[in-house]
Ligand binder design. Structure first.
Ligand code: WT7
Length: 659
């Protein structure tokens, strides 16, 4: 089916109309059947937050009840449900199987080349037990960190839950990061083993993983290799195949009763220095937040819903809303191995139709890509089963919101814009779809139990409508516990600015007259490219490690596709000239050091960088230049002439592009 000009015109007009709508109440039918449709939940949670969180924790299966709901005697080191014992894999699997739900599909998995695998809760339960035993056979014990570097295949879920079953914190690294990044993360977390694959498939091509991992050398005793693509795979000492150790392992493995505060996982995320932060999550509190928010924000009815989150498990969204939340709630999910435009740009919608997806969760950047590709792709498929849409990762521009609402949701589905972070573990600010009137571009209000405030530099709440710093004012169960082996950095990053009882988010935000939060973006040197968090310092240090580079300043420039784009201003060593070949070389260099996702979109050669008299690079001015804005105050520059040259370079490039 092709979209003719007149229907495209009609769509554009409808979107214009929707952009005029200030707020979207829950569709009547949706509100009637919603799990939560009484706004009194907010007051009930606020009246007694601890009782509220206890109630949420009771939705899980505990081996033994906790003694202290919240221990806040040592802020900002909070603990939740101390004294209680629990196991994540038990809550995701055993209890559903025991309740007779073993035959329910946990994942409809779809491979890139169209392969389909339906994995039931019973199968997952069996695989996880066996792999937990296999890990033990390899000498992995409770407390040992296990790295996971896998594509979007069912084995990644098995690996995570098997680690959780025996109390070995997992450390998943997104497949888009380079082996060098993996190595660094394995080193700093002192991982004992790494679970990876022979290769990965991407848009019809196969790339070797095991071999590229070997090239940098991993500091782990054991590497476990999943045979996924059949690509050539060198095996050395300490290397074992997943299927072989599975075959050799015993079938039954009881889930270990772990302290509520036992670390469930570490996930490295970018901060404002070149060193990634090892965000550490607990078991009991994290699981409580994951199950609770997945249920209420997506209005999950596990018997009838089919849920599809398009994220990668390598990010927190995948941890919480592909693995732990959905499985704890007994949901049936779709898991897709490939890219959103392979085999064609309608693959997501094909999957929605094929499996009858009712709840769909993706990122604004993906929605913008879909808009660009055109409505004919979703138009090829029956999306009438969809009843709720979600977004996460960055502010959603109202245009993308109304497109999503109209084209994908058929104006029947609430759109939940969910604000949260790797650190928060689970969604903090989002609509309750049966209650909240949504405003396109706003994540709306903190969930029941969450307290947020927009403050000024002194920590005082700013007036409604004024921009300020977003903070979270009360501890919540799924908050990070610390930065792995770096308590000092944990305190300095999140609790130095406003004291140990106010969590500093790092985002700018404002609150409107209806108490709705509008998150604007980061206030630190952290970039958000396509919803992926990246550190300017990390990219700069990668660029500078190239022998021809003297200095580099990296900024995120506003980009209509990816939200922000990486732009590097680079000065070269000595008399070296910037050439197109060198641009390509530097981009590849960054891809090798960090990963393809960090590859600069633009490199601008500079004879000098704008610095203050004390030598600090003024990134603000570079952002002005890259985004084509009038320059801000330049009087504090050591050498204001630097800016003239950079402006000329940028303008010349624009002319080239226009020509
Ligand atoms: C940062 C956290 C949480 C999973 C994905 C990213 C930005 C996230 C939203 C949203 C506006 C958002 C914030 C936040 N962000 N969701 N709905 N509206 N901004 O996790 O890598 O830890 O990044 O992403 O800036 O601080 P992350």
């Amino acid at each position: 089916m092709s979209v003719d000009a007149s229907s495209h015109e009609a769509l554009a007009q409808r979107l214009e109309e929707l952009l005029e709508v200030e707020s979207f109440p829950p569709p009547e039918e949706f509100a009637r059947d919603a799990l939560l449709n009484d706004p009194a939940v907010y007051e009930r949670a606020a009246a007694d937050p601890l009782a509220w969180w206890e109630e949420q924790a009771r939705a899980l299966d505990w081996f033994s009840e906790w003694e202290t709901t919240l221990n806040d005697s040592r802020p900002p080191f909070y603990t939740w449900f101390e004294g209680g014992t629990i196991n994540a894999s038990y809550n995701c699997l055993d209890r559903h199987v025991a309740a007779g739900l073993g035959e329910r599909v946990a994942f409809h998995w779809r491979g890139e080349e169209g392969e389909e695998r339906d994995i039931t809760y019973a199968q997952l339960h069996a695989d996880v037990q066996r792999f937990a035993n296999a890990l033990r056979d390899q000498g992995i014990e409770a407390g040992d960190v296990v790295g996971i570097y896998l594509p979007m295949i069912p084995e990644v879920v098995v690996a995570m839950l098997a680690c959780a079953r025996i109390g070995a914190p997992h450390n998943v690294v997104f497949g888009g990061f380079s082996p060098e990044s993996v190595k660094e993360r394995m080193e700093v977390s002192e991982a004992k083993a790494l679970i990876t694959a022979d290769g990965a498939r991407r848009k019809g091509r196969t790339a070797a993983i095991k071999q590229s991992v070997d090239e940098v050398g991993m500091p782990v005793a054991t590497t476990i290799v999943v045979r996924h693509t059949g690509i050539d795979c060198p095996m050395g000492e300490g290397d074992v195949f997943y299927d072989e150790i599975m075959d050799a392992a015993a079938a039954d493995c009881e889930a270990v009763a772990l302290d509520a505060e036992h670390p469930l996982f570490i996930l490295y995320s970018s901060g404002s220095t070149a060193k990634p932060k090892g965000i550490l999550h607990s078991t009991g509190g994290y699981l409580t937040g994951a199950a609770y928010t997945h249920r209420i924000v997506f209005d999950l009815k596990p018997e009838t819903d089919v849920y599809f989150c398009s994220a990668d498990v390598g990010w927190i969204t995948g941890h919480t809303y592909i693995v732990y939340g959905p499985l704890m709630n007994g949901a049936t999910s779709v898991m897709y191995e490939g890219a959103p435009d392979y085999p064609d740009k309608d693959i997501w919608w094909e999957l929605c139709e094929r499996y009858g997806v009712t709840l769909f969760y993706t990122a604004p950047t993906a929605i913008r890509a879909c808009m660009k590709w055109g409505e004919q792709y979703p138009g090829r498929h029956d999306l009438s089963k969809l009843r709720l849409l979600g977004t996460v990762g960055e502010p959603i521009n109202p245009k993308a919101w109304v497109w999503y609402y109209h084209v994908i949701g058929g104006e029947r589905c609430p759109v939940v814009d969910t604000w949260w972070q790797t650190e928060t573990g689970s969604i903090m600010i989002a609509p309750l779809p049966g209650i909240t009137h949504c405003k396109p571009g706003s994540a709306t209000q903190p969930l029941p139990g969450v307290v947020a405030a927009v403050v000024d530099e002194a920590g005082d709440e700013v007036a409604r409508g004024k921009q300020g710093l977003l903070t979270l004012r009360q501890p919540w169960p799924s908050m990070l516990r610390t930065l792995y082996r770096d308590d000092e950095r944990y305190v300095a990053t999140y609790f130095e600015k406003f004291g140990p009882r106010t969590y500093f988010v790092g985002d700018a935000s404002r609150e409107d007259a209806d108490d709705y939060f509008w998150v604007i973006g980061r206030v630190d040197d952290v970039l958000n490219v396509s919803g992926h968090r990246m550190s300017t310092a990390e990219i700069e240090s990668a660029v500078v490690s190239h022998p021809k580079v003297a200095e580099c300043a990296t900024i995120g420039a506003a980009d209509e596709d990816t939200g922000q784009a990486v732009v590097c201003f680079v000065t070269l060593e000595g008399e070296l000239e910037g050439t197109d070949e060198l641009v390509a070389e530097l981009r590849e260099h960054v891809a090798r050091k960090i990963g393809k996702l960090a590859r600069p979109k633009r490199i601008v050669w500079a004879d000098d960088l704008p610095k203050t008299r004390s030598g600090k690079i003024m990134r603000r001015l570079l952002r002005d230049i890259a985004e084509g804005r009038e320059l801000g105050d330049v009087t504090t520059l050591r050498d204001p002439a630097v800016m003239g040259q950079l402006e000329q370079r940028i303008a010349a490039r624009r002319d080239e592009a226009d020509a």
